[in-house]
Write a new protein. Sequence first.
Length: 496
Amino acid sequence: MRALLSVYDKRGILEFARGMAELGVELWASGGTAKVLREAGLAVRELAELTGFAELLGGRVKTLHPAVFAGVLAREDQLGELGAAGFFPFDLVAVNLYPFEEAAGSGLPEAEVLEQIDIGGPALLRAAAKNFPRVYAVADPADYPRVLEALKKGGDPGLRRALAAKAFALAAAYDAAIADWFVREEAFPERKVLVLEQEAPLRYGENPHQPAALYRIRGEAGPLFLARVLQGKPMSYNNYADAEAAWRLVSEFEGPAAVAVKHQMPSGVGLGESPAEAYARAYAADPVSIFGGIVAFNRVVDERAAEAIGNLFLEIVLAPGFTEGARERFSRKKNLRLIEVPAPYRPGLEFRHLAGGFLVQAGDGEVFGEARVVTERAPSEDELRALRFAMAVAKHARSNAIVVANGERTLGIGQGQTSRVDAARIALERAGEAARGAVLASDGFFPFDDVVRLAARYGVAAIAQPGGSKRDADSIQAANEAGIAMVFTGLRHFRH
């Protein structure tokens, strides 16, 4: 039995090679790997002996030779032909690849990044994997121990197949990273290759009869994938979806903020001088819907904030960190998940799955495009600040979305309605008397003046909307009649 070893990552290679040598496996290796093995006292032959060529072009060419690839690709029924050509078979190929992704992400000059594109390595892996009925294709040092165990037992066809699948997946991911690097300046290239790596199996999806798993996009580092679960039950499919929605929204605010989310929709948002004060306002915005939901903070949660939450049943609390006092307080709630998220959300490309494909768009990174006053009365600075706050929330609510708020918290949120006036009615009814003197933000323009007239009946003082309707003049007139200040932002924030 012969093994061909050509590894960039030398972790575990000595133990692996030594184990094979003890089983009588003949070791062949490329130059750098052969040197490491020889210095460790192992008997190893260099591929140059087989090919008749030393490594060429500074190592760019060392395994690309018929004697090497024929020895890897020959099937059992082709071994006679192989021998007649003066070559011999390899039964195991251990290869790992140049660290292209590390080089591409390190800011190296382009010429140096190009040198980290491995050619021979992926070709060898693919050849060995193609011939898995006879050859072990070993691409991951973590697999060395189980391959050795299989060799000791005389072989394992099932393992060879599993290793082949892994090798092809690794080679495909490697090529995808290279292709992505070449079009890195293009937002929407002709081909966008996504490589998904399983992060964790999940108990089930949105409902118990739906199997599910969590995957990471290779090369991406979203905040929740960097997070640490400090306590509580494992995360579920719905937990991840809700946590993402909460973290996106709370990341909008510079000052201390708290966000309550249910079914990926905000139920209450509060601002304050401290996490505890922000939470109290988020809770007051909708003390019913927050039950069983998720709360996110954009500041380290201290004991006061933990005490403010008290015994309320929540699924998750997210924050950049938790003080020891807060963790001790939360530890009494064994099922509550505490998640420490080290970075705020920053908009990037967003993907939405369709049967057979994806919709892809740039993330929504704006709140106001402008604040063009279109009414006789202009909003005060306090009203304008409250309008920006309300629109930041509307941007993360489900369309059609209307948010009624003051400068400290949401008062009523209407969302997910097929009629904008219905969304406004829900938001204003929830706000009740608190709507008097408050502001209202809409994620889309008003096709009619009905929302403005409804807001006037509740005493709303100022409105922000994108503008752009054929009947904008009707809404402006209704606002002027009611003494409402209205600004057009020029930006729509649909979230379906």
